[in-house]
Each structure stands twice: as structure tokens, then as C-alpha cells.
Design a protein around this ligand. Structure first.
Ligand code: AP5
Ligand code: MG
Length: 214
């Protein structure tokens, strides 16, 4: 399965990807996590990306495409993958096709803009494995500690209201057109994501025709 997850910032792409990864047994590739890791490690790509991510803008296509290409060449992608946050522009989507990478399904998780700021203001993320938590909707078992890998949970630098609004604007301008792009190919599966996490997971499995979750 080669699956793409689309959705506004905070729509729940990462949260849904965790469930889908366990079910589909293919790796999740989160380009946002890759960018943050590169910034922490101060690679050339990280240094280039920092100004964009700090300002809520997308990283330029050419640089993002190069990094993604390297990741997709790794062995664990042989039997498929889940792309969380890629492609994010029509140019990135066309580039995948030009390289013969055919996506099977595209999941769009839909959440109204009004809910996004509240969601992201309460988000906590594992600095190590990237697992996503929420102070109200998905609290970790032990405060401040990741359930999966016991690492400390952090707040992301781009989860402040001013930057969240810029990320939302970038989503509507550059990424939302991908819905029509993939709908025309008959690949778009739309899930409402404003319910609670469990309801949304059930909805996602239903629209992707994957069977039951528990
Ligand atoms: P990225 O890390 O992908 O950020 P994003 O798209 O802004 O999305 P988020 O990770 O913030 O949200 P999410 O949808 O994963 O939601 P989550 O599951 O955490 O990208 C960051 C940056 O990197 C971009 O701005 C860009 O600069 C750059 N970048 C990345 N990819 C790029 C690309 N392809 N091209 C160019 N630049 C790129 O959930 C959010 C919160 O809500 C959590 O607290 C969660 O617990 C909670 N929650 C989730 N679902 C529910 C629910 N149903 N009910 C209640 N709470 C919920
Ligand atoms: Mg995410």
C-alpha cells in the first residue's frame, strides 16, 4: 500500500498515521519530522529549512523532493509506505508520478479551521519518535513522557497561534488543491476529523475500506 495523508496542520495526520502503520505494517514517512530532525542535527537541509518552518511556510520543493527521494530509496519502503505530509504541492505530486511512484489511495482528514488553533495549542510531541499527544484529548500515561519510547514530550516551536495561522494559509493555498488533483484520479478518500480520536480512526478505516480496528 502506498498511502498519502493530506490534511491541514493539526488535522490529525500523524495521529492517524500511527494507527494505519500498525495495521498496514508499512513505514510512515513524516516529512515534517524529517525537517525537524534535520534542523536539530544542523544538516545543510536543516539550515535551509529552518527559516521556512519557523515562519509557517513550506520548505522549497526542490530541497524537499531530494530528501524524500533518498528516504524512499531505503529498503523498508519496498512493500509500501504512508506519506504523512507529502506531497504538499501539485509540483511534488507530479514529481512522484514522473518517477513512476504510483500512489494507491489518498486520505484527506478534514477539520474546520476554527478547531485547529485549540488543538495545536494543546499538542505535545515526542522529541524522539514523534508520537503525538494532547493535554486534553490524548494525555500520555505519565505526564510529560512518551508512552511509546519513554522520551520527554515537547511543544513544537511552530505551535504558536501566529505561526499556526500562517501554516493554515499555506495549506489552503498550496496543499488543498491536491484534493481535486487526486479526486480526478479516483484516489481521494475523505474522512471527517472533528470527532474524537477514536471516532476519527473508525471513520478513516471505513473510508479506506480497511476493516475494523479493534
Ligand atoms: P508537519 O509536521 O507535517 O506539520 P503540519 O502539516 O502543520 O501538521 P501537524 O504535524 O501540525 O499536525 P497533524 O495533522 O500531524 O496532527 P496531529 O496528529 O499531530 O510539517 C511541519 C512543517 O514542515 C511545515 O509547516 C513545512 O514547513 C515543512 N514541511 C513538511 N512537509 C513538507 C513538504 N512536503 N513540503 C514542504 N514543506 C514541508 O494532531 C494534532 C493534535 O490534535 C495532537 O495533539 C493530537 O493528539 C490531537 N488530535 C488529533 N486527532 C484528534 C481528534 N480527532 N480529536 C481531538 N484531538 C485530536
Ligand atoms: Mg504531524
Amino acid at each position: 500500500m502506498k498511502l498519502v495523508i493530506l490534511g491541514a496542520p493539526g488535522a490529525g495526520k500523524g495521529t492517524q498515521a500511527e494507527q494505519l502503520e500498525a495495521y498496514l505494517r508499512v513505514p510512515t514517512i513524516s516529512t515534517g519530522m524529517m525537517v525537524r530532525k534535520a534542523i536539530r542535527e544542523q544538516t545543510e537541509f536543516g539550515k535551509l529549512s529552518k527559516a521556512y518552518i519557523d515562519d509557517g511556510q513550506l520548505v522549497p520543493d526542490d530541497a524537499m523532493i531530494k530528501v524524500l527521494d533518498e528516504r524512499l530509496r531505503k529498503k523498508d519502503c519496498r512493500h509500501g509506505f504512508i506519506l504523512d505530509g507529502y506531497p504538499r504541492t501539485v509540483h511534488q505530486a507530479k514529481d512522484l508520478e514522473n518517477k513512476g511512484i504510483i500512489i494507491d489511495k489518498v486520505l484527506s482528514v478534514e477539520v474546520p479551521d476554527e478547531l485547529i488553533v485549540e488543538r495545536l495549542s494543546g499538542r505535545l510531541e515526542c522529541g524522539n519518535c514523534g508520537a503525538s499527544y494532547h493535554v486534553k484529548y490524548r494525555a500520555p500515561m505519565e505526564e510529560g513522557i512518551c508512552d511509546v519510547c519513554d522520551s520527554p514530550l515537547i511543544r513544537r516551536d511552530d505551535d504558536i497561534p501566529e505561526i499556526i495561522l500562517k501554516r493554515l494559509a499555506a495549506y489552503h493555498e498550496k496543499t488543498a488543491p491536491l484534493k481535486e488533483y487526486y479526486a480526478k484520479q479516483g484516489k481521494l478518500c475523505v474522512a471527517e476529523g472533528q470527532g474524537d480520536i477514536k471516532d476519527t480512526i473508525n471513520e478513516v478505516f471505513k473510508v479506506l475500506e480497511l476493516g475494523v480496528t479493534d
